[in-house]
Design a protein around this ligand. Structure first.
Ligand code: ZN
Ligand code: ZN
Length: 131
Protein backbone atom coordinates (compact mmCIF):
# COMPACT_ATOMS: atom_id res chain seq x y z
CA UNK A 1 0.00 0.00 0.00
CA UNK A 2 1.32 3.44 -0.88
CA UNK A 3 2.48 5.65 1.98
CA UNK A 4 2.71 9.42 1.57
CA UNK A 5 4.25 12.00 3.88
CA UNK A 6 2.91 15.51 4.35
CA UNK A 7 4.40 18.33 6.41
CA UNK A 8 4.20 22.01 7.14
CA UNK A 9 6.82 24.37 5.72
CA UNK A 10 9.21 24.00 8.68
CA UNK A 11 8.66 20.24 9.12
CA UNK A 12 7.48 20.38 12.74
CA UNK A 13 3.90 19.21 11.98
CA UNK A 14 3.79 16.05 9.90
CA UNK A 15 1.48 13.25 8.92
CA UNK A 16 1.64 9.93 7.14
CA UNK A 17 -1.24 8.86 4.90
CA UNK A 18 -1.67 5.17 4.07
CA UNK A 19 -3.36 4.18 0.82
CA UNK A 20 -5.00 6.20 -1.89
CA UNK A 21 -7.18 9.20 -1.02
CA UNK A 22 -10.97 8.80 -0.96
CA UNK A 23 -11.32 11.95 -3.04
CA UNK A 24 -9.12 14.73 -4.41
CA UNK A 25 -10.84 18.04 -5.07
CA UNK A 26 -10.17 21.58 -6.17
CA UNK A 27 -12.10 24.31 -4.36
CA UNK A 28 -12.26 27.82 -5.81
CA UNK A 29 -14.11 29.40 -2.86
CA UNK A 30 -12.81 32.66 -1.40
CA UNK A 31 -12.03 31.07 1.98
CA UNK A 32 -9.75 28.52 0.27
CA UNK A 33 -8.11 31.32 -1.71
CA UNK A 34 -7.39 33.24 1.48
CA UNK A 35 -6.26 30.15 3.43
CA UNK A 36 -3.82 29.00 0.77
CA UNK A 37 -2.74 32.36 -0.63
CA UNK A 38 -3.29 30.76 -4.01
CA UNK A 39 -6.01 30.86 -6.68
CA UNK A 40 -7.72 27.71 -5.33
CA UNK A 41 -7.47 25.03 -2.68
CA UNK A 42 -6.45 21.48 -3.61
CA UNK A 43 -7.14 18.87 -0.96
CA UNK A 44 -7.25 15.09 -0.56
CA UNK A 45 -9.60 13.28 1.80
CA UNK A 46 -8.48 10.18 3.68
CA UNK A 47 -10.17 7.94 6.21
CA UNK A 48 -9.13 9.15 9.67
CA UNK A 49 -7.71 5.73 10.62
CA UNK A 50 -5.34 5.85 7.61
CA UNK A 51 -3.70 9.06 8.89
CA UNK A 52 -0.95 9.24 11.52
CA UNK A 53 -0.24 12.77 12.81
CA UNK A 54 2.89 13.95 14.66
CA UNK A 55 3.87 17.35 15.98
CA UNK A 56 2.18 20.31 17.63
CA UNK A 57 -0.70 22.11 16.00
CA UNK A 58 -3.07 24.94 16.66
CA UNK A 59 -6.62 25.08 15.39
CA UNK A 60 -8.69 27.63 13.55
CA UNK A 61 -12.42 27.03 13.21
CA UNK A 62 -14.20 28.60 10.26
CA UNK A 63 -17.97 28.41 9.84
CA UNK A 64 -18.74 27.41 6.26
CA UNK A 65 -21.41 29.06 4.12
CA UNK A 66 -23.63 26.11 5.05
CA UNK A 67 -23.17 27.00 8.72
CA UNK A 68 -20.93 24.02 9.38
CA UNK A 69 -17.75 24.30 11.51
CA UNK A 70 -14.54 23.43 9.64
CA UNK A 71 -11.43 23.00 11.77
CA UNK A 72 -8.01 23.77 10.31
CA UNK A 73 -4.92 22.42 12.07
CA UNK A 74 -1.79 24.46 11.45
CA UNK A 75 1.80 24.59 12.66
CA UNK A 76 2.22 27.19 15.44
CA UNK A 77 5.78 27.80 14.22
CA UNK A 78 5.38 28.35 10.45
CA UNK A 79 1.59 28.70 10.12
CA UNK A 80 1.04 26.13 7.36
CA UNK A 81 -2.17 24.08 7.53
CA UNK A 82 -1.44 20.34 7.34
CA UNK A 83 -4.93 18.91 7.82
CA UNK A 84 -8.52 19.96 8.26
CA UNK A 85 -11.91 18.45 8.79
CA UNK A 86 -15.61 19.01 9.32
CA UNK A 87 -17.54 18.22 12.50
CA UNK A 88 -20.15 16.43 10.39
CA UNK A 89 -17.55 13.94 9.07
CA UNK A 90 -15.25 13.05 11.99
CA UNK A 91 -14.01 9.88 10.25
CA UNK A 92 -12.52 11.87 7.37
CA UNK A 93 -9.40 14.06 7.32
CA UNK A 94 -8.59 16.45 4.48
CA UNK A 95 -4.95 17.21 3.69
CA UNK A 96 -3.87 20.12 1.48
CA UNK A 97 -2.19 18.37 -1.45
CA UNK A 98 0.64 20.90 -1.42
CA UNK A 99 1.68 19.59 2.01
CA UNK A 100 2.81 16.39 0.26
CA UNK A 101 4.98 18.39 -2.17
CA UNK A 102 4.60 15.44 -4.54
CA UNK A 103 4.15 16.23 -8.26
CA UNK A 104 2.98 12.63 -8.81
CA UNK A 105 0.05 12.97 -6.40
CA UNK A 106 -3.25 11.86 -8.02
CA UNK A 107 -5.05 14.62 -9.95
CA UNK A 108 -8.32 16.04 -8.65
CA UNK A 109 -11.56 14.35 -9.74
CA UNK A 110 -13.95 17.13 -8.71
CA UNK A 111 -13.93 20.92 -8.88
CA UNK A 112 -16.23 22.89 -6.58
CA UNK A 113 -17.23 26.55 -6.15
CA UNK A 114 -16.51 27.22 -9.82
CA UNK A 115 -18.48 30.47 -9.60
CA UNK A 116 -15.37 31.83 -7.82
CA UNK A 117 -12.86 30.31 -10.25
CA UNK A 118 -10.10 32.61 -11.51
CA UNK A 119 -10.72 32.95 -15.26
CA UNK A 120 -7.29 31.64 -16.28
CA UNK A 121 -7.55 28.39 -14.30
CA UNK A 122 -7.86 25.35 -16.59
CA UNK A 123 -8.90 22.00 -15.10
CA UNK A 124 -8.12 18.43 -16.14
CA UNK A 125 -10.32 16.88 -18.83
CA UNK A 126 -13.10 14.74 -17.40
CA UNK A 127 -13.19 16.43 -13.99
CA UNK A 128 -16.60 16.70 -12.32
CA UNK A 129 -17.74 20.32 -12.18
CA UNK A 130 -19.84 21.67 -9.31
CA UNK A 131 -20.88 25.31 -9.79
ZN1 ZN B 1 5.84 24.35 10.60
ZN1 ZN C 1 -13.09 26.20 -0.50
Amino acid sequence: MVTRHASCTCGQLRLVAEGEPIRVSVCHCRACQRRTGSAFGLQARFARQRIDIAGKSRQYVRISDDGEPRTFHFCPNCGATVYHGADSAPDVVAVPVGAFADPDFPAPSVSVWESRRHAWVTLPAGIEHVP
